[in-house]
Write a protein that binds this ligand. Structure first.
Ligand code: ADP
Ligand code: MG
Length: 317
């Protein structure tokens, strides 16, 4: 199969939302008037982000999901994606599954694949995502205000717990593992939440490297601190038994791969945030507050400070 056939067969779909999609030297996009373009890219490397024998259907989903999550965290509407693939070989069964997983999620969010690059090499998946947001309306990391509530969507730590199980660091029973494995392999980017939070949240980020690391980015960018209530953190029944142990503390505070949104909003907006939670059928949990100063203090209900000595995944630390 030639490179051209591969692109044609697995990565070329109709793109009615673009002026020009796959097949020329560049795609052409028209940005609607009054909108800003939100652009982000995220790479998944075999051996670093996933096991080399990972299910290609799930990889296709995840490669796009982690990118859509960044657009969601900006409060933008995802629209277009580019896909750059480095593949050891043109394995048609693998490509079919990967492409199916990718386009299933793309269709769910109205994302069109408008181009990319395909080369032979070690397995490496890189997606660039583009979205649109009304001028000035994007949710930034830098907007937190003293006294803001800190909120998080969904549940934290399940993906890290599933990974800990796969690596033999904890042992889950089968149905607990199944529930956590879904969080690890099929994260659901919180696009509707990001859109609903425009004009309400002061700041937002998606939790990809662990709560402490990602909330830490909001704090640094906003030049503020936070007090987090450990016992308020939303966790699954599978993770709850581990919460008093270092392994569980690591999962919920620093595990990463959650792809939930962490955001801050003034106390006056609590009822609106709770209404969004009901409308979206998505738990939104108040986990603490923004305070003057710097850094994040995590406290148990006894008042003691929980210090896990690391804040999240860092490729070069
Ligand atoms: P060029 O040599 O001009 O860079 P390519 O042969 O790399 O062109 O790509 C041809 C067309 O196919 C371009 O429109 C490019 O964006 C698209 N393309 C290449 N790889 C992919 C891919 N994995 N997914 C989607 N589109 C792709
Ligand atoms: Mg090219």
């Amino acid at each position: 199969m030639s490179e051209f056939d591969l692109i044609q067969r697995y990565f070329t779909r109709a793109t009615p939302g673009a002026v020009l999609g796959v097949g020329d030297d560049a795609a052409l996009l028209r940005i609607p008037g009054g909108m800003e373009l939100a652009v982000s890219t995220d790479m998944l490397v075999s051996g670093t982000h996933f096991f080399p024998d990972a299910d290609p259907l799930l990889l296709g989903h995840k490669a796009l999901a982690v990118n859509i999550s960044d657009i969601a965290a900006m409060g933008a509407q995802p629209r277009w994606a580019l896909l750059s693939l480095s593949l050891p070989e043109a394995d048609e069964a693998w490509l079919q599954q990967f492409s199916t997983g990718f386009f299933a999620l793309a269709q769910q969010h109205g994302v069109e694949l408008i181009g990319g690059d395909t080369t032979r090499g070690p397995l490496n998946l890189c997606v660039t995502i583009m979205g649109v947001v009304p001028q000035g309306a994007a949710l930034r990391r830098s907007g937190a205000q003293p006294g803001d509530d800190v909120w998080v969507s969904g549940r934290l730590g399940d993906a890290a717990l599933a990974l800990a199980h796969l690596q033999g660091r904890v042992q889950l029973v089968a149905d607990e593992f199944a529930a956590c494995a879904a969080a690890l392999h099929q994260p659901a980017p919180r696009v509707a939440l990001g859109l609903a939070l425009r004009g309400i949240a002061h700041s937002a980020i998606d939790v990809s490297d662990g709560l402490l690391a990602d909330l830490g980015h909001i704090l640094e960018c906003s030049q503020l601190g936070a007090e987090i209530h450990y016992d308020a953190l939303p966790v699954s029944s599978a993770l709850r038994p581990y919460l008093a142990q270092p392994a569980g503390q690591h999962c919920v505070l620093a595990g990463g791969d959650d792809y939930e949104l962490c955001f801050t909003a003034s106390v006056a907006r609590r009822a609106e945030v709770e209404k969004i939670s009901v409308q979206l059928g998505l738990p939104l949990t108040r986990i603490g507050a923004i305070v003057a100063g710097s850094g994040c203090t995590v406290r148990a209900s006894t008042g003691s400070v929980i210090n896990i000595g690391e804040s999240g995944y860092d490729h070069f630390a």
